[in-house]
Ligand binder design. Structure first.
Ligand SMILES: NC(=O)c1ccc[n+]([C@@H]2O[C@H](COP(=O)([O-])OP(=O)(O)OC[C@H]3O[C@@H](n4cnc5c(N)ncnc54)[C@H](OP(=O)(O)O)[C@@H]3O)[C@@H](O)[C@H]2O)c1
Length: 248
């Protein structure tokens, strides 16, 4: 391995020592992979999600984290009570329920927008007094923003709205930096629910159509997230980590 790769990685590892990182959605998949990477790099982790038992297991798996039970669709105003500083706020929370518009009620549509957009904005608002000029916020969009599925219009709209929000907040909250990752297909528990028993076969078939010829791992997205947290010249950006999926 070339020396400069080692030193770049060491710089990234050193830069999280003692920092407070909140991960809303940190008990599984991409959020959990980011939590593990940040923990290994010396950060203090605060994991937020709805299920206390899953949070406990995730905290144990990464070697310790403060656990906060909350629903991002309706975050309690005091969600960050007890914290005195937030260095990086990451939001990966989100479920995907792809349905035709004809099958969706007004409540179904509103739920998606609350989980993906309104709730994250309220969480960011609640975090503002604890964030500082060198803090970063990282949100999560998704490939459906540019390559929608044949069903799930509101999911496509919600993730596209996240991308516009990131650009607007990068201006409003400057000099704090605000970015998003936009994952393509990533093999996480989310896809177990979406694809069921045929998941392995669907993913193999999907991989064969992608320019990268492989499916994302949670660690691939986590690496990009930590890059967005540390790079002081990166803001208002949507980083696509999708194996080139939006191009084909
Ligand atoms: N995997 C992919 O292929 C893919 C592709 C594009 C975009 N994304 C997006 O990337 C993000 C992370 O996905 P993932 O694959 O890592 O999913 P995952 O493995 O299902 O993890 C989702 C995490 O978010 C939490 N969560 C879900 N809904 C929540 C809510 N309403 N309030 C609080 N926490 C909530 C979950 O915990 P609880 O359920 O216990 O609350 C879990 O910790 C999602 O927004 C997803 O849409 C994923």
């Amino acid at each position: 391995m070339p020396t400069n790769t080692i030193s770049a990685d060491n710089n990234q590892l050193q830069s999280f020592q003692g920092q407070n990182i909140i991960i809303i959605g940190g008990s599984s998949g991409i959020g959990l992979a980011a939590a593990k990477r940040a923990k290994d790099a010396g950060a203090n982790l605060f994991l937020v999600s709805r299920n206390a038992e899953r949070l406990r297991k995730a905290a144990e798996a990464i070697g310790g984290a403060t656990q906060i039970v909350a629903d991002i669709a309706a975050p309690p105003p005091a969600i960050f009570a007890g914290l005195d500083r937030i260095d990086h706020l990451l939001i990966t929370a989100g479920s995907v329920n792809l349905q035709s518009l004809k099958d969706q009620s007004e409540t179904d549509l509103a739920k998606v927008m609350h989980e993906r957009l309104i709730g994250p904005l309220l969480a960011i608002k609640a975090a503002l007094p604890l964030l500082h000029p060198a803090s970063s916020i990282t949100m999560t969009s998704g490939q459906f923003a540019s390559r929608p599925a044949a069903i799930g219009a509101v999911v496509a709209a919600a993730v596209a709205a996240v991308e516009s929000t990131v650009r607007a907040l990068a201006l409003e909250l400057s000099p704090m930096r605000v970015n998003a990752v936009s994952p393509g297909w990533v093999d996480t528990p989310l896809l177990d629910g979406l694809m069921g028993e045929g998941k392995r076969q669907v993913l193999e078939q999907t991989a064969s159509t992608l320019p990268s010829r492989n499916i994302g791992r949670p660690e691939d997205i986590a690496q990009a997230i930590l890059f967005l947290m540390v790079n002081r010249y990166m803001t208002g950006e949507i980083l696509h980590i999708d194996g080139g999926g939006r191009l084909v």
